[in-house]
Design a protein around this ligand. Structure first.
Ligand code: C5P
Length: 481
């Protein structure tokens, strides 16, 4: 009797398994014949095993995720469920995923770093101020290298620290210093979970793009009942696997697609030390560049002067003026997609004397008793120029920063500049510029969407999904033409 036949009989036989999994008995017979369970049924079979309280993992081949260079950092914070994270480590160790583990001080009251170290066959990190660790693998490396940081269990305390930017130990410092996807699996007493402070922290973290594996509802170790129970380690493991699979699928979504993104402000010199510009930080454009790069696009980012780190995209070109930005965009054509995120200075100012004479702008303009006048010269509109040119990319997307009448003004721009999509936002009262959050409208020719306020990272993620839809529609139209 082969392994899978043994497994099926342990689970009640062909008929019973077929009925429970709602599939034909002939399919189960096939599994037995081939001694193999199809990967899309593996989870159902494991769940059936756990429902029947039978440990069946050793019957199933190790789930190896080949070509899957994924790194996870598991942070174990201190709660009654800390011991369950050992099972998560065990499950991850059966895959190709690289795993590092950090424990908080209170987690060490429940399980020991030695136990974690022997399970993970790797040092477990516990100390922010360890001279030995900081020389080998410092906390910034621990924060930067993983694809996912999983906090499991996540206590109310670690949620509060992250929501409020506290960094008083290794775990909270890593969470604050990381660009990685953060996933929290909370576990706490139901009253703590429902406390308004925890609710507020939860909402804040969600808005910042942090993902939650929701706690289960049921009886707690403390004797109370309600929402707050740590989800089954296997459910957490499966959540992580499906996140990675989705990521892997998305990583080729924009393969061979060339994309030009303009971002940041432009600055227009008046003389060697004075200039006209605006408050754009470049954050939204950089997030879009980063998301598109993750999905396999060849991104050229053309940016005005900003003070944020550059994303890891194919090409970054630094410019100062609107004219330089236009010249560089033009040089990068043809491209499949153009996204004009930059807040281009609409005018450059030419200083003049009160008698309308030009002033030497190669040197600093001197203060005199005479009135100083400026002639405003309109800068080229990069978006409109390219959208109406012969080399117009397949998809052209613009942004629209408005202080009033957002939808109507943005729709007019969509039509007059000949673009496919405008992302509009309200910048009245200093909103948006420089912030980490954005509340946007998406204006298309025939419809519009209004999105909830969310992090610029999250806007980028969802926007890239919409860009993919636009590209699919473009390709369909091209086929039918
Ligand atoms: O007309 P308005 O400046 O509001 O249009 C905003 C959109 O046009 C943005 O996508 C911006 O990047 C683009 N734009 C441009 N060149 C300009 C002005 C705006 O590409 N000179």
């Amino acid at each position: 009797m082969n392994k899978i036949s043994q497994l099926i009989s342990l689970l009640g036989g062909t008929g019973a398994v077929a009925e429970k999994l709602k599939i034909k008995p002939s399919a189960i017979s096939n599994w037995k014949k081939l001694n193999k369970i199809p990967s899309n049924k593996r989870k159902d079979v494991l769940e059936l095993g756990s429902y029947l309280n039978i440990n069946i993992e050793h019957f199933l081949p190790t789930q190896k995720l080949h070509n899957f260079k994924f790194k996870i950092l598991l942070i174990i914070s201190g709660g009654i469920a800390s011991y369950k994270s050992l099972e998560i480590i065990r499950l991850i160790k059966k895959t190709d995923i690289e795993l590092d583990v950090v424990m908080t001080k209170s987690a060490q009251k429940f399980i020991t770093p030695l136990l974690v170290t022997s399970l993970n066959e790797k040092k477990c990190y516990i100390d922010l101020f360890s001279i030995e660790d900081e020389t080998k693998m410092n906390h910034i490396n621990l924060a930067r290298s993983p694809d996912i940081i999983l906090v499991a269990p996540a206590t109310a305390n670690i949620m509060a620290k992250l929501a409020n930017g506290l960094a008083d130990d290794l775990a909270s410092t890593i969470l604050l210093a990381s660009f990685s996807k953060i996933i929290l699996a909370p576990s706490m007493n139901p009253v703590m979970w429902n406390n308004l402070a925890t609710r507020d922290n939860y909402k804040k973290l969600l808005e910042r793009g942090i993902e939650f594996i929701e706690p289960d509802t049921g009886d707690m170790a403390c004797g109370e009942s309600g929402k707050g129970r740590f989800p089954e380690p296997r459910a957490i493991f499966e959540f992580i696997l499906s996140y990675m699979r989705e990521n892997q699928k998305l990583s080729n979504q924009f393969q061979d697609i060339s994309i030009i993104i303009t971002a940041g402000p432009t600055i227009e010199a008046i003389d060697p030390i004075r200039f006209v510009s605006n408050k754009s930080s470049g954050k939204q454009g950089f997030e879009i560049a980063s998301e598109l790069t993750k999905r396999g696009a060849k991104v050229t980012l053309i940016t005005g002067p900003v003070n944020i780190p550059f994303p890891n995209c194919e090409n970054v070109i630094k410019v100062k003026t609107a004219q330089e930005m236009l010249d560089n965009v033009t040089q990068q054509l043809p491209a499949d997609i153009l996204i004009c995120c930059a807040a281009v200075a609409d005018w450059r100012l030419i200083p003049k004397t009160s008698t309308n004479n030009k002033i030497d702008t190669n040197n600093k303009i001197k203060k005199t008793k005479e009135k100083l006048l400026f002639e405003a010269i309109k800068n080229p509109d990069i978006l409109e120029t390219i959208a109406k040119s012969k080399l117009r990319p397949k998809i052209v997307i613009g942004f629209s920063a408005e202080t009033s009448n957002i939808k109507n003004n943005s729709y007019s721009k969509l039509i007059s500049k000949n673009v496919d999509l405008i992302i509009a936002n309200d910048v009245s009262n200093n909103k948006v510029f420089g912030e980490d959050f954005n509340k946007v409208f998406l204006i298309y020719k025939n419809n519009y969407e209004q999105w909830e306020k969310q992090s610029k990272k999250s806007v980028a993620y969802h926007l890239v999904n919409r860009i993919n839809d636009l590209l699919i529609n473009y390709n369909k139209r091209a086929v039918n033409a």
